[in-house]
Design a protein around this ligand. Sequence first.
Ligand code: ATP
Ligand code: MG
Length: 409
Amino acid sequence: MSEGAPVAATDPGTPGRRLVTAELLSIGTELTVGETRDTNAAEVARGLTEDGVSVQRIEALPDDLAVVCTAFAESFTRVDLVVTTGGLGPTPDDLTREAIAELCGEEPIVDRALEGWLRELWARRGMEFPESNLKQAWLIPSSTPIPNPNGTAPGWWVDRPDGRVIVALPGPPREMRPMWDGWVRPRLRDRELGTKLDIRTLRLFGIGESQAAERLGEAVLGTPNPVVATYARHDAVDVRIAAAPDPARGLSAADVASAAEATVLERLGEHVWSRGATTWAEAIGSELEALGWSLATVETGTGGSLATLAAGRAEFGRGESRQARDGDPDAVAAAARRTSGADVAGAVRAAERGADTAVSVAVATAADVHRERRMAFLGGQEGRRRAGLTAAAVLLRQLRRRTGGRAVR
Ligand code: ATP
Ligand code: MG
């Protein structure tokens, strides 16, 4: 179902309470039996954290009224804001509305405007309206409907007398996401929230997480503000800086973050290849765009991991070719560039050496061929994956040399 959910008649009530802490409830048995992965809560948590609301707990719950009611009641002894996703469907097992009504001690009533909108959706398609769907037109006196442009389940924004807030959103991510980003977040920001953080992530390659942590040291990693932490991801080691203002020293969140960032760059700068959530494909792609260049890749022994990393960027990717296996990477890269007509070609050859993987990378341009040999940690599939990362790092560095080393954004 789509389009034209009615705009809320009333907007959320006046600010009563600073919303500093939150808990997220992901409702649906498909989550607790492991059929569906809870991506909704992660998205909501990320948004709240950015906006300065501290998420204290994320809980997945089955479609069980008693369990959901208890969870609501408990969350409200702890935090200012509860955001739920799921359980807003028309079927008897969708009971988020019932649980909120019970928590508030209010009776759901059918809202005529919502009912009209729902009936219209069915009428427009020449279908009979299933009366069970009437549930999706329910409101309680303290709820404001949140329009759902992509489905039949409006959300609820509920203001409690003590200023706490409940936000209930539907489970399907394509319905939940626009409601969260487009409707809920702006209204939350109209409230007094916790402290807005300045969050920055530096992405590293060529250093392990523990080594990175060691170089940063306790003095950097152990402070309450900024919070600096390292994360081993599949494509990078991330250093995340989350900074709050420091009024005692007259510093804004940005000041605190910048000082920490300078320290991280000083200690690990040579390993930083990107920022935020930038992927290898995006980083390589933006350099290629800046140069107006096309890319060809040839690899052997990597399981095609370079082409996978550069997904959509290597116009002339070639997998495991005999030529690549037998030839010298320099010659292979140069030949690949010539035969494909690409502006730049990367050739990588990986072979297990002892417990690790030896990697040869060559990057050929019209001007020259650059060649590097490195060792990637571990053998087997993990070694092949890391060989691809190594090749991507060499390629990116070579491209950046041409773009004037616009370094890391
Ligand atoms: P509907 O109106 O579609 O019934 P709903 O609000 O009742 O929406 P659910 O029935 O709980 O939502 O979930 C519908 C679908 O949304 C699930 O089958 C699942 O695919 C997806 N979904 C639900 N919860 C989550 C979640 N936390 N993360 C990701 N996807 C989810
Ligand atoms: Mg449902």
